[in-house]
Each structure stands twice: as structure tokens, then as C-alpha cells.
Design a protein around this ligand. Structure first.
Ligand code: ADP
Length: 641
């Protein structure tokens, strides 16, 4: 921002909670304001702006003038309004009570306002109507606000007075729904001896233990803050070695995601990004899911917030929300808060990683976040890069994706946990060459491109097999070989080769028609069609097929690929292709994905054996009829149970 500024101090201006004196606004421009008189301010420091004490953050310092981005609606801010320093960066409060919570980007609890039908901040949790004593205590959004201060937890110490403890060491535990929270010595505390420790019922604010360190006594509580923009330290990062199983065939079998890796899902409007993200939130085999709804349309977010609490965790049968933290930017929140919401989400994810848990963070959508960066950058009059995004878009995205990983937590006893990041991208017009998609795909090991044509043809999930990839296949292969089948990589290769060959053949068919193709090529087309329709399509709304364990996914893949052998053998024994295609075994294969029960994998394997020796129908079932409509006459009933 340029232009003359009035740097003279207004009359009002007391001391903030940090003890430093307040500054004053010299210029206000939407979510960005400039202030003078903030002596000793630091970049990243949270300040409170205006009489409504809006939460804001210092993002630039030029001599006397601090540039501040405001995370709340700025209407009514005026030159001369006070700006209070807090002395603290933007922080997340981490401890029991996170699971099951729904927050805004500043970790203020959201609650449904039934009459208005929208989600709003809890009464009193925002800047309006805040009680003065809380305002003093909670300079940067406080623990009492983020983690219900009235709730009591049963704290069980695991160390005793006199024990030596250091950063990350577990001092005790509390149960929180499906998770046992380890209460650790915060990473930024010096080592020392336990001077005092007491078990029993405690709130997040009660002192539980005191450590005598060289720097003095340190009090341990159930909750501790952590700056959201700083990655939490780990003892050692570990290579990825197993996939995050999602239950989705197109993902787990063809384009797997490493646990501790990152995936990017770009897709134009209506291609199914939200459904994929929510499917993963529901079905992925993570211990904890952090879902960040970032800048999506308000009604979509409200729908998510409404449906999520009604879902059950398929593994435990308990409410899904118990292992989930939801972070939402509702439509009435200003752009700057989008960025904070992603950083809050990943900080919470790291906290659970340090507990020794496997965490999946889903962000929908990172494009909205990048647009917020662009808007703020525009107001700062920075030199715009490609399509108006700031030049640092790539490095900011990298800061986010680099927080994925598997790691050994600091401290004892040893805990190994992981953060897996899954970011949706909404490229305008579905054009993947735009900057956010391009910058993201350089950072993620798995790329699931959602294809508008597939979505239009109602092929869901609309994951393109030509554009998608996974760079972690080699690293994960040993796990698949051990856990699923030694031939996993080979069958995966067969499937992708078949789909690639189908594309070439379809180009030829366009020119000369299918009849001109040799039988072997027509077999390829038929098997590729089975692969798409039976194997790749998976209806997220069908409770039976929405998620499948990897061994069942693989059985289905093998059965579909067996159709190639079966069809070729039938042709060799004199059947026509139509007769072979009308075999009851193939009709059964088309229905196999609806099969239920614990023995589905075995049943599909048995079917695959029969598919290799197809029994071609002497005549096609019905003139012009489809092979999958033959179930009515009892010829191709489900396999016996
Ligand atoms: P986006 O978020 O990309 O705009 P959505 O996730 O809202 O798109 O998906 C649009 C519609 O596509 C959904 O309402 C649903 O009908 C359909 N759809 C998407 N994915 C699936 C799926 N895996 N199974 C069934 N239907 C799907």
C-alpha cells in the first residue's frame, strides 16, 4: 500500500494483554489494515484490531508501520482505532476435546443456529459480546474457547515425582472416546524432574504436574498451545511403507496413496471432489480424520456439517464424528481465515501424529485457499505472478504438503504416527494447466485427476486412468505383495495396459468400426469395458460397495482380468464372441460387486476360476439383449453362499 499515512497517535490507546502499549490504525483496506505505534511487534504476532478486538495477524513490518491481515469481518474499522499486541503467534490449542469438535479457522467452536439454518460461531465465542476477563486471558483465542473448559477428564499419571522427563515424554493419559490421549511435556519445554503430579478429574486448564527445569518450574496441563505456522518437531522422519487404505478400488489398486504421503484431487465443478473427500473421510483406515472445508459455498459446508454427525464409523460402529475434527469456513467468514483454517487443520493433525496415530487430513478446497492468498497479495500490491497468484504460491503450498509424513515422535515411550494429506483442487473450467493444480501436483505423490467426461457419463469415481498417477507404487509394492497378493504389481500393470490398449483401439474403431477388428482386439475392448464398469466404477452411495477391503478389491480385479483368458479360450474352442460374452459366468461377474458377506473374496476367487473356463451360451440370450440381464431365468444366479 502506498500514499500518505497519518502516523500521529490518537488519544485513546491502552496497554494490551502483552503489557506492550497499543498502536492505532493508519489505513484500512478490507481484510488488510496498517497500524503505527506497535513497538516490538513481530511478523506472525496476533493483534486485536478495533473496538471489537478483531483477531488479526502482523504479516509485514516496514519501519513504523505494521501491515496486518484481519481474520474477521472488517466493516466499521476506522483510522485511529486501537490495535493491541498479544505477544503470541496464531496458535492452536491441543488436547483432549478436539475430537468431535467443529471449528472455524481460528479454532472457535461452531454451532448450528437452528432457526437460521446456518452454522455460526457459538454465542460469546466471537469477538462480539466477549466478556472482558476472558478477553484478557485469551489474547489469541483461548483454550477455554477451543476445548470446553468445563469438561472434566480422568487423568492417569504414568510418571512419578522425582522422574526425569524431557520434551515429548508422556506424563500421563486420559481417555477421549476411541482415543487414549497421551499428555506430553510440550516440545518447547526444557528437560527436568517431576516435582509434583496428581491424577484424577481435571479440566484442560487445571495444573496436573510441575517440572523443575533449569529455567524454573513448568506447569503441565491437559492442553497446550502450538503456533499453527510452525511444523511440530519429530525425532525422526520415516520412509513410507504402507498405503492409506481408502476402500476405493481405483485408488487402492491403481493409484495408491502412501500413509504419510500426499494426494491431490483436481476436478472441475461437479466431477465429484467433495464426494471423494467425504468418502475418504468416512472409509480411509486412519485413526483420526481432520476435515478442512475451506471457502466452499456456505450451503455445501452446512450440508457436510449436518450429515457428518449422522454417519457411523464403519470399523467401530460408533459415531464417525468421534474420530473426526471438522474445520469449516462458512460463507460469512472473510478470506484471510481460509488460510488459517488449513494451518490449524495440519497442526491438529500433527498433534495426533505425535500421539502415535495415523491421521488423514482432507482439505476441500486448496484452490479457495490460494484465491485468498491472491486477494491478500493484491491488497499488499505485491508483484503478481501467473494468473495473479503471488510468486510464493508454490512455496506456500510446499510448506503445507511438506507437513505430511510418517515419523517417530519426540519423547518416550516411542510413538510412530503419520499425517497423510489429501488436497482437493478446483481448477477454473476444469483446466489442469492452471497454477494451483500445477504447483500442487509437483508436491504430491498421488494425483487423482477427476475427469469431466467420466462424470458426465456417470462413471464414478471419475478418476481418470490416463491422467492419474501414483509415484509411490514402488515403495508400496512390498506391502501389497505381503498383504494382498504377490502378483499385485503385475495385475495392476495388466489393468493399466489393458486400459491404454482400449484407448488405442477405440481410435481405430472410430475410423473403421468394431467389426473390422480381429477377435483378439475385440476381446480387449470387452474386458476393458468390464474393467471400467465392474471394477473401476464404485458407487459411493451404495452401502454395500462404497468401500471394499483390499483383498476383495484385488479378487475382483483378478476375476475381471480372467475374462480375457476365458473369452480367448472360448473363441479358440469355436464359440463366437457374442456366444462367449453371453456366458453366465460373465453375467455373474457383473453382479459380483454387489455381493455381501465375509467370504466375498473367496467367492469372487471361485468365480474367477470358472471365468477362465467360460461356458458360452449356445445362442445369445435375447436378440439385442444385454448379457447382464440374464439373471431372471435363474441361469446366472449369485454364487451359492
Ligand atoms: P464437486 O465437489 O467436484 O463439485 P460433487 O462431489 O458434489 O462434485 O459431486 C457431484 C455429484 O456427482 C454428486 O452429487 C453425486 O451425485 C455424483 N457423484 C460424485 N462422485 C460419486 C461417487 N463416487 N458415487 C456416486 N455418485 C457420485
Amino acid at each position: 500500500m502506498t500514499g500518505p499515512r497519518n502516523l500521529a497517535a490518537p488519544k485513546a490507546g491502552g496497554a494490551g494483554p502483552s503489557g506492550r502499549s497499543a498502536g492505532w490504525i493508519v489505513r484500512a483496506s478490507g481484510p488488510v489494515v496498517q497500524a503505527a505505534g506497535l513497538h516490538g511487534a513481530a511478523i506472525g504476532e496476533v493483534v486485536r484490531v478495533g473496538r471489537r478486538r478483531l483477531i488479526a495477524e502482523v504479516i509485514r513490518l516496514d519501519g513504523e508501520v505494521a501491515t496486518i491481515q484481519v481474520y474477521e469481518e472488517t466493516a466499521g474499522l476506522a483510522v485511529g482505532d486501537p490495535v493491541e499486541p498479544s505477544g503470541a503467534p496464531l496458535r492452536a490449542w491441543l488436547g483432549p476435546g478436539l475430537l468431535g469438535s467443529t471449528y472455524d479457522g481460528l479454532q472457535r467452536p461452531l454451532e448450528r443456529l437452528a432457526s437460521a439454518g446456518t452454522w455460526l460461531l457459538l454465542p460469546g465465542a466471537g469477538s462480539d459480546g466477549e466478556s472482558p476477563d476472558r478477553a484478557v486471558r485469551d489474547e489469541a483465542g483461548g483454550v477455554a474457547e477451543a476445548l470446553d473448559a468445563n469438561r472434566r477428564w480422568a487423568f492417569e499419571p504414568i510418571v512419578a515425582v522425582g522422574d526425569q522427563v524431557g520434551p515429548g515424554d508422556v506424563v500421563g493419559e486420559v481417555d477421549d472416546g476411541p482415543i487414549r490421549h497421551r499428555i506430553v511435556v510440550p516440545p518447547d519445554v526444557e528437560a527436568g524432574r517431576i516435582v509434583e503430579i496428581e491424577g484424577g478429574a481435571a479440566t484442560v486448564e487445571d495444573p496436573l504436574a510441575t517440572i523443575g527445569t533449569a529455567d524454573g518450574a513448568v506447569t503441565i496441563r491437559l492442553a497446550a498451545p502450538w503456533p499453527v505456522r510452525v511444523a511440530r518437531p519429530v525425532a525422526r522422519r520415516l520412509p513410507v511403507e504402507r498405503p492409506l487404505i481408502t476402500g476405493q478400488r481405483a485408488i487402492d489398486m491403481l493409484f495408491p496413496l502412501a500413509e504419510g504421503g500426499a494426494a491431490v484431487i483436481p476436478g472441475g465443478f461437479g466431477t465429484g471432489k467433495t464426494v471423494v473427500e467425504q468418502t475418504l473421510a468416512r472409509w480411509s483406515d486412519a485413526d483420526v480424520v481432520v476435515y478442512v472445508g475451506c471457502g466452499e459455498r456456505g450451503n455445501e459446508m452446512a450440508e457436510l456439517l449436518d450429515t457428518f454427525p449422522t454417519l457411523t464409523d464403519p470399523r467401530s460402529g460408533r459415531p464417525l464424528l468421534e474420530r473426526t475434527v471438522l474445520i469449516a469456513n462458512t460463507s460469512n467468514m472473510p478470506v484471510a481465515a481460509r488460510e488459517a483454517s488449513i494451518e490449524l487443520g495440519v497442526t491438529i493433525a500433527e498433534y495426533f501424529r505425535d500421539q502415535g496415530l495415523r491421521v488423514a487430513l482432507l482439505a476441500d478446497s486448496t484452490s479457495r485457499w490460494a484465491e485468498a492468498l491472491r486477494e491478500i497479495s493484491g491488497r499488499l500490491e505485491e508483484l503478481p505472478g501467473e494468473e495473479g497468484f503471488p510468486a510464493y504460491l508454490g512455496s506456500r503450498l510446499a510448506d503445507f504438503y511438506e507437513r505430511a509424513g510418517r515419523a517417530i515422535a519426540i519423547g518416550a515411550p516411542e510413538r510412530v504416527g503419520s499425517v497423510t494429506l489429501i488436497g482437493a483442487v478446483s481448477p477454473p473450467g476444469g483446466d489442469f494447466s492452471e497454477p494451483v493444480t500445477q504447483a500442487s501436483l509437483r508436491l504430491a505423490g498421488s494425483f487423482w485427476a477427476l475427469d469431466a467426461e467420466l462424470a458426465h457419463a456417470r462413471h464414478f469415481p471419475a478418476i481418470s486412468w490416463t491422467q492419474s498417477y501414483s509415484l509411490t507404487v514402488d515403495a508400496l509394492e512390498p506391502w501389497y505383495a505381503r498383504t494382498v497378493a504377490p502378483s499385485w504389481a503385475e495385475r495392476r500393470g495388466d489393468a493399466l495396459a489393458l486400459l491404454a490398449r482400449e484407448r488405442q483401439l477405440l481410435d481405430i474403431v472410430q475410423l473403421v468400426g468394431a467389426e473390422a477388428l480381429p477377435d483378439a482386439d475385440r476381446v480387449v475392448l470387452e474386458v476393458a469395458r468390464l474393467l471400467r464398469e465392474v471394477f473401476l466404477q464404485q458407487n459411493a452411495l451404495d452401502p454395500g460397495d462404497a468401500s471394499r477391503p483390499p483383498e476383495v478389491q484385488f479378487a475382483l480385479l483378478r476375476a475381471v482380468l480372467a475374462a480375457r483368458e476365458g473369452l480367448l479360450a472360448a473363441l479358440a474352442s469355436g464359440a463366437t464372441l457374442d456366444e462367449a460374452l453371453a456366458s453366465p459366468e460373465l453375467a455373474e461377474l457383473r453382479r459380483a460387486k454387489a455381493w455381501a458377506g465375509d467370504d466375498v473374496g473367496t467367492r469372487i476367487d471361485a468365480l474367477a476360476v470358472r471365468i477362465r473356463g467360460l461356458t458360452p451360451a449356445v445362442r445369445p440370450a435375447v436378440e439385442g439383449g444385454r448379457d447382464d440381464e440374464r439373471g431372471d431365468d435363474g441361469e446366472a444366479e449369485e454364487a451359492p453362499r
